[in-house]
Design a binder for this molecule. Structure first.
Ligand code: ATP
Ligand code: MG
Ligand code: MG
Length: 349
């Protein structure tokens, strides 16, 4: 059978490996860090850095297709891998999503709404951006941010200097603060044949920049429910995308505003594991392996809750709750703010 190469051995790589294994496929993980969560379930693991040319060549030669669980893979490594094997989702999706300014330029180019934004490189460009966008606003690093890291709110122009210092000289983006009534996300998939499928939109609650819960169905007017799926499809089609993508949206009186896109399976799609026949992980593997997309119809209401840091102490109680499906990532060390697992609370109608 085929072997799927996965860049990144975190929990997303782990759950992709489980899905691939269920379809009779093999997985080979490439991960610089020791003892990755995906290592316990994959068929093979390469522990090497992204600048190790020999390791990249050998990895690519051992797999049939390459995918990834995170978008910040160095460009040189991608070039090297792509000389041997196809990478799905493709390079354009990575190029666009690795940089928040490039991403917003792409989205506005598709006539989609984003927060007002401007690139910020120094005190002068921040001053100009604050004059154009106003406060409250958020200064974010253009690259490498996740779980709200590398972000600082600016409530008034006098906070500009301290906010800029937080960027540590990295290129940044100033975003106007969106006064949303809710955050929702669409987990959409596109097959190699161009077919598009989307899971029901989920409603997301964040605390301290980290996703806490996703509730499905989302409280969303029917009109916006359709719009959410249509705009996600527009993004996937424009990128000639193959695989699953997470599209994060703000709900506002002016309609849906795109926060960001993630060219991979997404934390806010974990609920699909226990409320759909085919979940986001199988859907992604199907797409990258060139299979037809599966049926992602939802058959139950569900609340996904992330188990972060010491939340792990609640596992014995959750394990006794018949409505709870537990997903633990097998991470050896508990750290504050670290995603250790999640629980899907399934509500049968
Ligand atoms: P992720 O882990 O989802 O990749 P991230 O570090 O890329 O997170 P964002 O999604 O940009 O961060 O922001 C995290 C959260 O902060 C958002 O889900 C939202 O709650 C809030 N937020 C970000 N940008 C804005 C904005 N322009 N207006 C209002 N709230 C915002
Ligand atoms: Mg992000
Ligand atoms: Mg986000």
């Amino acid at each position: 059978g085929s072997t799927i190469g996965i860049l990144g051995g975190g929990q997303l790589g782990r759950m992709l490996s489980v899905a691939a294994s269920r379809l009779g496929l093999r997985c080979h993980i490439f991960e610089p860090g020791a003892n990755p969560p995906a290592g316990h379930v994959a068929d093979a693991v390469t522990t090497a850095a992204y600048d190790d040319a020999d390791a990249l060549d050998a990895f690519a030669a051992s797999v049939d297709v390459i995918t990834y669980e995170f978008e910040n893979i160095p460009t040189e490594a991608l070039d090297r891998l792509e000389a041997h094997r196809v990478i799905r989702p493709g390079r354009e999706a990575l190029r666009v999503s690795q940089d928040r300014v490039t991403e917003k330029d792409f989205l506005t180019g598709l006539s989609l709404q984003t927060a007002p934004y401007a690139a910020v490189d120094d005190a002068e460009s921040l001053k100009a951006a604050l004059e154009a966008i106003g406060t409250p606003s958020i200064l974010k690093t253009r690259r490498f941010g996740y779980d709200g890291k590398g972000q600082v709110r600016i409530m008034s122009p006098d906070q500009a200097e301290t906010a800029l210092a937080e960027m540590n000289g990295a290129p940044a983006i100033l975003e106007g603060f969106v006064n949303f009534s809710a955050e929702v996300s669409v987990i959409a998939a596109r097959g190699a044949d161009g077919q598009v499928a989307a899971f029901d939109p989920g409603e997301n609650v964040h605390r301290e920049g980290i996703l806490r819960t996703t509730t499905v169905p989302a409280t969303l007017p029917q009109r916006l429910r359709t719009d959410a799926v249509l705009l996600a499809a527009r993004i996937l089609n424009a990128l000639d995308y193959v695989g699953v993508m997470g599209v994060e949206l703000f709900v506002t009186p002016q309609g849906l505003i795109v926060n960001e896109i993630a060219p991979r399976v997404h934390n806010s799609g974990h609920w699909t594991q226990n409320a759909c026949t085919v979940d986001q992980f199988e859907q992604h593997i199907r797409a990258v392996a060139g299979w037809p997309l599966g049926d992602g119809t939802r058959f139950a209401d569900v609340v996904m809750e992330n188990l972060i840091g010491d939340d792990l102490d609640r596992v014995p109680g959750l394990a006794r709750d018949p409505s709870c499906a537990l997903h633990l990532y097998g991470k050896a060390e508990v750290k504050a703010g670290r995603k250790m697992g999640h629980v899907n609370r399934v509500i049968r109608g």
